[in-house]
Write a protein that binds this ligand. Sequence first.
Ligand SMILES: N[C@@H](CCC(=O)N[C@@H](CS)C(=O)NCC(=O)O)C(=O)O
Length: 201
Amino acid sequence: MPILYDDPISGNGYKVRLLLAQLDFSYELVELDILNQETHTPDFLAKNANGKIPTIELDDGRCLSESNAILFYFAQGSRYWPGEKFDQADVMRWMCFEQYSHEPYVAVARFLHHLPEAPDPEVIAEKHAKGYVALDVMEQHLGENDFFAAGQYSIADIALYAYTHVAEEGKFDLTSYSNISKWLDRVSEQPGFVPMGSKPN
Ligand SMILES: N[C@@H](CCC(=O)N[C@@H](CS)C(=O)NCC(=O)O)C(=O)O
């Protein structure tokens, strides 16, 4: 059975847990404490030299890291990965957007607020400024589309849901983002949806 290395605080890890739950896929969960440097032991670095979760160890011993690559690996051939070439590229487009324009601001602001020491206000202001730009892009797109790509719920939605639904923990105010709020509800109504922090069956 594949082994998922993860920390329950991680939205990147939650993406993988959510997809595997929706696929009804069995896996073993090993929780590591990233704040305690548990992803920097020699054993873990042999699985992912970048020292980050989520990382999944497959039955044949190969390891795969990077949340969106793991989503792609498991989604192929399922309802969460569209069949048409443009649609597939559009899913990738939103997953790249998530990693470059969203996660470094929306997720990192949340992470900084989870640390024991108070975050630097200047750093938070920069994360908020850039994070709101990403949220504006999402809000506009969701004004005309129920989901991010291919006219259907896909791993693009999973990738973007993970940190958007907890953006308020990073002190983002989503009250004026009505399209995002409705989309968050649509995602949480998908079959097999599980909340953040849920464990495998
Ligand atoms: N781009 C990576 C980011 C992974 C990442 O930043 N993981 C964090 C937790 S969310 C981590 O393991 N941090 C521990 C560390 O860097 O020491 C992905 O999408 O999986």
